[in-house]
Design a protein around this ligand. Structure first.
Ligand code: ATP
Ligand code: MG
Length: 486
């Protein structure tokens, strides 16, 4: 059910004068944010809405945050569209979710016109001009948000995220990371993605400040982290790489207490570099289907368990199983299954995908990992990316980590290429940081650090790695380049 008490209303009642949001030179207290969201909700009501989802194509702006809260007040599911998608990708999502209304940031109106959709579309500033109506929604959905998966492995699926999922996620995170009343969470990840959206939900639930950035600019974030403008930040590997490159010798402010690193595998050398620089890094494992973090490495274990994504957060359970759903022993790798109140109740309109993903109450993540003797999770890779070479399992992420630790490498991606003798062999696509890098040097670097069957059989130089709109590596594109069919 939709919570009787909207989180933002409750928060505005409990701590009205605390700062809720900072965006550019604008600041909102919780009372102000709540008031604006309530007014926007009334304007939306004048459109005579039904219970079908409202789709949003927004940027990280103050107005967009107000809109997210306004839709929660209506009790209608919001579909968060990735604004970097191609026309056919987002129009597919609009029809798949059967949206009743499309709300877009003004600057996107042109591209929406180009798409020639029949769905009723309004811009944020057009909405501001609508009259405020009082009627309440007859039915309030328990679905808070719908987010499409990144489509890294196939066609994106709409993940249903309930209010209960977001609440459990926020509570589980706080019980691990702790709650400080003066916390300021820097949000430079997109709010249409679970990484950013969950920062907004935590803020309403905890009562802490969010400092929102329209884009990730490493110079700006570096400056703000050093000036003490934030105590926590969520980053993905690519962002952290850019931050480390420009950091220099000056440390981040002493009140900065959490660099939450998620979204994909993190090279161990990067985590080590953070330790050496005194950066409080917390590796986390989660996905759209778990409404953000599922497991996170607790501060006290960070150094001892480098490379681990920690233990499942409060109320969450995790299990590693082999092909036949046999539970793996510590150290044995298999598919990661998850269970808990932050796990989605399913994909929208996807009976087949739901039947495959949910079995006996467990959600099959499609990721491979193992637990050590103490129950710490190590995520290895996606099952679909696993390379089997001469009967040995080879995880691309491990080889990529070794390749990218070479000082003349900017980025690397590894895939399996079909091979008559071994079935598959790993081959690498490498973006040079230094044009003088030679394949032989890189191979020697790998030979020193990896078993022979993991050393790439071939290095392809590439200017840029193919990524999707969520900036995730598209290994299937590389497979085509390497001459594989799929
Ligand atoms: P799709 O499901 O459409 O293929 P996606 O899985 O990339 O897209 P997200 O939900 O944004 O979409 O990403 C979650 C995935 O990111 C996880 O399932 C996992 O593969 C990867 N991931 C997240 N955290 C980690 C981690 N700590 N280590 C390794 N991989 C991770
Ligand atoms: Mg996924």
């Amino acid at each position: 059910m939709h919570p009787a008490n909207n989180w933002l209303s409750k928060r505005a009642l409990l701590s009205p004068s605390r700062t809720a949001l900072i965006w550019k030179d604008q600041t909102w207290t919780f009372a102000e944010l709540n008031k604006e969201a309530a007014q926007t909700a009334k304007r939306l009501r004048s459109l005579k809405l039904n219970e079908k989802p409202i789709a949003l194509m927004i940027k990280n702006t103050g107005k967009a945050v107000v809109m997210i809260h306004a839709i929660q007040k209506l009790g209608v599911p919001a579909v968060l569209i990735n604004n970097r998608l191609a026309i056919e990708e987002w129009t597919y999502q609009l029809s798949d979710c059967e949206a009743q209304l499309f709300i877009v940031e003004d600057s996107f109106l042109n591209k929406v016109k180009l798409a020639e959709i029949s769905l009723k579309t309004v811009s944020l500033s057009e909405l501001d001009k609508l009259p405020q109506a009082e009627e309440d929604m007859p039915v309030r959905s328990d679905i808070c948000s719908i987010m499409y998966t990144s489509g890294t492995t196939g066609k994106p699926k709409g993940v249903l995220q309930t209010y209960g999922n977001h609440f459990a996620s926020a509570v589980g995170s706080a019980l691990n990371l702790g709650l400080h009343s003066d916390d300021v969470w820097l949000c430079a990840v997109p709010i249409f993605h679970i990484s950013g959206y969950s920062i907004l939900m935590r803020s309403a639930i905890y009562g802490n400040t969010v400092r929102l950035y329209e884009n990730f600019d490493e110079l700006e974030i570096d400056r703000d982290l050093k000036a003490g403008k934030g105590t926590m930040i969520s980053v993905v590997t690519a962002m952290l790489t850019r931050l480390l490159k420009i950091r220099g010798n000056k440390s981040y402010h002493e009140q900065f207490r959490c660099m939450l690193l998620g979204g994909g595998p993190a090279p161990v050398h990067m985590v080590e570099e953070c330790f050496n620089a005194g950066i409080p890094i917390f590796q986390t494992y989660g996905m759209t289907e778990t409404s953000s973090q599922f497991a996170t490495l607790a501060p006290e274990d960070s150094r001892r368990k480098i490379g681990s994504s920690g233990k499942p957060l409060f109320m969450n359970e995790l299990m590693i199983v082999e092909e036949e759903n046999e539970v793996c022993k510590p150290g044995e790798s298999g598919e990661i299954l998850v269970k808990g109140p932050n796990v989605t109740k399913g994909y929208l309109n996807r009976p087949q995908a739901n039947a495959e993903a949910f079995q006996a109450g467990w959600f099959h993540t499609g990721d491979i990992g193992y637990l050590d003797e103490e129950g710490f999770l190590y995520v290895l890779d996606r099952r679909s990316d696993l390379i089997i070479s001469g009967g040995e399992n080879v995880y691309p992420a491990q080889i990529e980590s070794v390749l990218s630790s070479h000082s003349k490498v900017s980025e690397a991606a590894v895939i399996g290429r079909k091979d008559k003798k071994w079935g598959e062999v790993p081959v690498a696509f490498v973006v040079k940081a230094d044009p003088h890098l030679l394949a032989d040097d890189l191979i020697a670097h790998c030979q020193d650090r990896l078993a022979a069957f993991k050393v790439p059989s071939e290095i392809y130089w590439i200017d840029e790695l193919p990524r999707n709109a969520s900036n995730k590596l598209l290994r299937r594109e590389l497979k085509k380049k390497a001459g594989n069919d799929s």
